[in-house]
Design a protein around this ligand. Sequence first.
Ligand code: AMP
Length: 281
Amino acid sequence: MLVFKTAQELRSCFKSNTQTVGMVPTMGALHEGHLSLVKKACEENDVVVVSIYINPTQFNKIADLEKYPSNFEKDKALLEPFSHQLLLYAPDHKEIYPEGIQSKTYNFGTIANHMEGAFRKGHFDGVATVVETLLRKIQPQNAYFGEKDFQQLKIIKALTTQKKLGITIVSCPIVREKDGLAMSSRNRLLSPEQRQAAPRIFASLGELKKKNFGKKVPLMEAFFKNEIAREKELEVEYFFVASTTDLIPVSVIEEGIDYRIFVAVFAGKTRLIDTVELGRI
Ligand code: AMP
C-alpha cells in the first residue's frame, strides 16, 4: 500500500484529469464502519484516498485526545484488500497546520448550535477546519462521510457549499455490531462490562420507536432515560429529537416533518453517540 505524508507527493500519483478521485477522511483505529465508506468510494471512483489523521482541534478535552485509540499497522492491514485502488494519506501536524494547531471560525447557523455543537464547544470549528484543509489539499470529486455523525455530515455539506469546494458529499448508513451498538473507534476503550451494557442504547431507541408517545418528546426522553438507567454502566448525557433539516431540538412533533433522535451516553468516561430516524407522523 502506498502511504504519503504530503498531499503534493500523493497527488503526483493521479494519472489524468479523467480519473475520478474519492476521499474518505478518518482518524484511524479503523473498523467495519470506516471500511463501508472505503468500499463505497472504491465502487464509485477510480482512485480512493483514505486519510488517517487524529485532529487535535476537534477535541474539546485533552484527556479525550490523549486516549483516542490508534493502531496504524492494523489500519494498513485492514485497508490492504483495497490497495490496488487506494492511496493512504497520513499527514503530520505540520502538513495540516503549518501555522500552528488552531481552528478557524465558521458560521453554519442552527445546524451547529445544538447537540454536539452545544456539548462539545469548538468541536465543529475543529472538524470543519481539518475537513476543509484535507479536501482542498486532495481535491477529490467525491468525499464519503457516515450518518453515525449525522450533525457532522450536515456541517460538511454546508461547508462545501459555503466554500464552493465543488465536491459531492456522499452520506453512508450507520454500520452496527451484531448486537446493535453503532461501530466506533471509541468502542475499544470500553471495559467488558461497559461493552455488554452499551447495546442497550440502540435497543432502547428501537423500543421507543415501537411505542406511541403521540407528539410528546419529553415522554420519549423519559422512556429512554429510564431504559438506560437499568444499566449501571451507562449515563445519558443528552436525548434530543430534531428535524433533519435545521437540527433544532423540539419538544412537540409536528406533522409532515422528518425527525431524528440524537443521543449521547457515557459508559464510564467513554462517550458514545447514536442517532436513528424517527420518521413522520
Ligand atoms: P472517525 O474516524 O470517527 O472520524 O470517522 C471517519 C468517518 O467514518 C466519519 O465520516 C464517520 O461518520 C464514519 N463512521 C464512523 N463510524 C461509523 C459507522 N459505525 N458507520 C458508518 N460510518 C461511520
